[in-house]
Design a protein around this ligand. Structure first.
Ligand code: UDP
Length: 316
C-alpha cells in the first residue's frame, strides 16, 4: 500500500509519515518546505519505503506508479505564517487541493483533506458541531486561510458527489506536540519558548479568549480512524477541554517553574473569542476521544522544546 502525504515534512504531516511507515506502507512525502522542515523527516530518509519529493502542490502533481491514499496536509497553518504567505496559503488550499484531488482521481485513491476549526471563524456557537456553518470574515487577514479551507471542503465534496471519489474531511482543532516549530508564532510554542528562555509571556488581548488543545498522538489516531471509516462529511477532531489563553499562560509558567511575567499585547484582528470542538460525532462514529491530558502533553512538548533550544544555542 502506498500513501502520498502533501505537507509531509510539516508538524502533522511528519507524524502521519511515521504512522504509515510503522504500518508497513510505502510513503511519498511531498513538501516545498515553506513551513515544513527536513529535520522532521530526517529519521525516515534511510528507510527504503520512504521517499520525499520537493514540490509545490499548487502546481500540477505528477506521481508515477500506484497510489492507494492521498492525504492533503500542505498549508501554512499558524496565523503569523498565513499572514506572511497569504497568496501561497490561498493557492495551496484551492489549486493545491484541486491538484491533490486530481491525483487521487487519476490513481483511484482514497483522499483525506486536512481542514480546520477556522472554517467556523469567530463562532457564535460553542462548542462547535460540524453542522454549524461558521462566522468567517472573508476579507479579513485570516480570510486567506479560512476561505481557502472552506473552498477546499467544497471542492472535496464536489469530487465525492460528482466523480464518486472516496473522500474524508477532518476539521482539526488546535493541536500541539513535538515538531511544532519553536518560532511558528502560535500561543503554545510562544509561551513555552518564552518561559524556557526567561522572556515575558505575551498574552494577546485580555486573555479571556478560549482554545482547546489536542495532543498530536490523539489527533493522529483520530485521523486514522476517520480514514478507516465510511464518513464523507466533515468530522471534528480535537480536545474538548477548553481553557482561556490567560489560564493557559499561567499553566505554562507553573509547568516550567518559570518566574517570567505575563504581559499583554494587542489582540490580532478577527481573533476567535472561543473555540471548542463538539466531538459527539467522532465519539459516535469513530469511537474516538482524546486520551492525553494537557499536563502530560505539555510536559512532553516542553522536553522537545528544551532539546531544540539547547541544540540551537550550541555553537556550530
Ligand atoms: N496568542 C497569545 N499570545 C501569543 C500568541 C497567540 O495570546 O504569543 C493568542 C491568540 O491571539 C489567540 C490564541 O492565543 O487568541 C491562540 O492563538 P494561536 O496563534 O495559537 O492560534 P489560533 O487558535 O488563533 O489559530
Amino acid at each position: 500500500m502506498r500513501v502520498v502525504i502533501t505537507g509531509g515534512a510539516g508538524f502533522l504531516g511528519s507524524h502521519l509519515c511515521d504512522l504509515f511507515i510503522s504500518r508497513g506502507w510505502d510513503v511519498l512525502c511531498m513538501d516545498n518546505l515553506v513551513t515544513g522542515s527536513d529535520a522532521n523527516i530526517a529519521h525516515l530518509t534511510s528507510n527504503p519505503r520512504f521517499h520525499k519529493v520537493h514540490h509545490d502542490v499548487s502546481q500540477f502533481i505528477e506521481v508515477p506508479g500506484e497510489v492507494d491514499t492521498v492525504l492533503h496536509f500542505a498549508s501554512p497553518a499558524s496565523p503569523p505564517d498565513y499572514l506572511k504567505f497569504p497568496i501561497q496559503t490561498l493557492k495551496v488550499g484551492s489549486l493545491g487541493t484541486h491538484n491533490a484531488l486530481g491525483l487521487a482521481k487519476a490513481k483511484g485513491a482514497k483522499f483525506l483533506l486536512a481542514s480546520t476549526s477556522e472554517c467556523y471563524g469567530d463562532p457564535e456557537v460553542s462548542p462547535q458541531p460540524e453542522t454549524y456553518w461558521g462566522r468567517v470574515n472573508p476579507v479579513g487577514p485570516r480570510g486567506v486561510y479560512d476561505e481557502a479551507k472552506r473552498f477546499a471542503e467544497a471542492i472535496t465534496m464536489a469530487y465525492h458527489r460528482y466523480h464518486g471519489l472516496d473522500t474524508r474531511i477532518v476539521r482539526i482543532f488546535n493541536t500541539y506536540g513535538p515538531r511544532m516549530r519553536l518560532n511558528d508564532g502560535r500561543a503554545l510554542p510562544n509561551f513555552l519558548y518564552q518561559a524556557l528562555v526567561g522572556e515575558p509571556i505575551t498574552v494577546y488581548g485580555d486573555g479571556r479568549q478560549t482554545r482547546s488543545f489536542c495532543y498530536i498522538s490523539d489527533l493522529i489516531e483520530g485521523i486514522y480512524r476517520l480514514l478507516e471509516s465510511n464518513e464523507h462529511e466533515p468530522v471534528n477532531i480535537g480536545n474538548p477541554h477548553e481553557i482561556t489563553i490567560l489560564e493557559f499562560a499561567e499553566r505554562v509558567r507553573r509547568l516550567t517553574g518559570s518566574g517570567v511575567p505575563i504581559i499583554h499585547r494587542p489582540l490580532p484582528q478577527d481573533d476567535p473569542k472561543q473555540r471548542c470542538p463538539d466531538i459527539t460525532k467522532a465519539r459516535r462514529i469513530l469511537r474516538w476521544e482524546p486520551k492525553v491530558q494537557l499536563e502530560e502533553g505539555l510536559g512532553l512538548t516542553c522536553d522537545f522544546f528544551k532539546a531544540q533550544i539547547a541544540a540551537t544555542a550550541r555553537p556550530a
